[in-house]
Design a protein around this ligand. Structure first.
Ligand code: PLP
Length: 393
């Protein structure tokens, strides 16, 4: 099976990097035959918060004050004042009663959906076709019936909700889909959920910190956060640290806290991570500055790519995908950029994206300057010519 992956160009190879505080998006490269420093174009540290002085300071202070790990599960000596403070801060961010932290966004989706789907008798989960692996796994493990609706197509969701009769329904979807950069029609989905008395579960992993006046995500931007039953997020992307969470009303949080195996039987997040995440959330809540810069950088890169005739795909968010359309070529482009131009962008191949839509996925941050962008465009122009790749029509 490994040979099959290799033959199809889908075998994954780590790019061995060393992040350098104060230099992001530059990083040291430990990949053979590459220069010492490269420019990273595919980090999910979307705002560079992973090196923000307030976050770094808070983590250093916390490790000095508390030591390293949490020392136990949340129920057995692992709950620290930092966990409670961050849960309160995130609950406020999303306008919910309560929040429950998990060790990652993946675990929060998996644990919450497994628990909901298995505890709600006769439940049916209506899952967007583009949902992330962590949601798919959670739904599978819940053993609840699953109905897949066409990606972002609320009319299809309407038909499928109507067909489920009076069974308890959970609609599970994301706001920003991270491979295409498209955004779900949240208002229409909430209208339907209310009409059919369905429960709503929204993954805001690629939107928390990035959208809304205080960084509460697309649900905040679109004014629908109060209509979503569970908002799920990560602390590992725009927040720049690590961990995940769900935000909901007090009863839901209490139920998942009491029954989710993926919450109960694992060591709590280190207070150091939690303190850093708290500083990051507070910083992002207080000002829109980084969010505005982020959107400007993404729009600028899209324009530069289009002006150069490079096949930038439609995206209404900060994600900038460029289509290659073949897994082997996609890997070759990525290798060439790294070896010849000191530019690192990971090829995105099947099964992460459908076959034939293999792509490079750029994530410009406020720290990617005009010079970085100029270098990128020149490098892409070179590799597109060298490998005779298709330009945009
Ligand atoms: N949900 C979505 C949509 C994701 O893309 C990811 C990770 O890429 C996750 C959840 C998992 O989040 P984390 O990286 O914090 O485990």
């Amino acid at each position: 099976q490994l040979d099959t992956l290799r033959a199809e160009g889908n075998y994954r190879i780590f790019a061995h990097l060393e992040r350098c505080r104060g230099e992001f998006p530059r990083a040291a490269s430990h990949v053979a035959d590459t220069p010492d420093k490269i420019t990273v174009w595919c980090s999910n540290d979307y705002l560079g918060m992973g090196q923000h002085p307030a976050v770094v300071r808070e983590m250093v202070d916390t490790i000095e004050a508390c030591g390293t790990g949490a020392g136990g599960t949340r129920n057995i000596s692992g709950t620290n004042c930092h966990h409670l403070a961050l849960e309160a801060e995130l609950a406020d961010l999303h306008g919910k009663d309560a929040v429950l932290l998990f060790t990652s966004g993946y675990v929060s989706n998996w644990a919450a959906l497994t628990t909901l789907g298995s505890r709600i008798e006769n439940a049916v989960i209506l899952s967007d076709a583009g949902n992330h692996a962590s949601m798919i796994e959670g739904i599978r493990q819940s053993r609840a019936d699953k109905v897949i609706w066409k990606h972002n197509d609320w009319r299809d969701l309407d038909r499928k909700l109507a067909a489920t009769g009076d069974r308890p329904k959970i609609v599970a979807f994301e706001s920003v889909y991270s491979m295409d950069g498209d955004i779900a029609p949240l208002k229409e989905i909430c209208d339907l959920a209310e009409r059919y008395n369905a429960f709503t579960y929204l993954d805001e992993v690629h939107a928390v910190g990035l959208y809304g006046q205080r960084g509460g995500g697309v649900s905040e931007r679109d004014g629908v956060a109060h209509r979503i039953d569970i908002i799920e997020g990560t602390l590992g992307k725009a927040i720049g640290v690590m961990g995940g969470y769900i935000a909901a009303n007090a009863d839901i949080i209490d139920a998942i806290r009491s029954y989710a195996s993926g919450f109960i039987f694992t060591t709590a997040l280190s207070p150091v991570l939690v303190a850093g995440a708290l500083a990051s959330v507070e910083t992002l809540k207080a000002s829109n500055h980084l969010r505005e810069q982020h959107q400007e950088r993404a729009a600028h890169l899209k324009k530069l790519l289009a002006d150069e005739g490079l096949p930038v795909m439609d995206s209404v968010s900060h994600i900038v995908p460029v289509k290659v359309g073949d897994p082997v070529q996609c890997k070759r482009v990525s290798d060439y950029l790294l070896e010849e131009h000191n530019i690192y962008v990971q090829p995105i191949n099947y099964p992460t994206v459908p076959k034939g839509t293999e792509r490079l996925r750029f994530t410009p941050t406020p720290l990617h300057t005009d010079d970085h962008m100029g270098d990128l465009i020149k490098a892409l122009d070179d590799v597109w010519t060298a490998l005779k790749l298709k330009r945009a029509a």
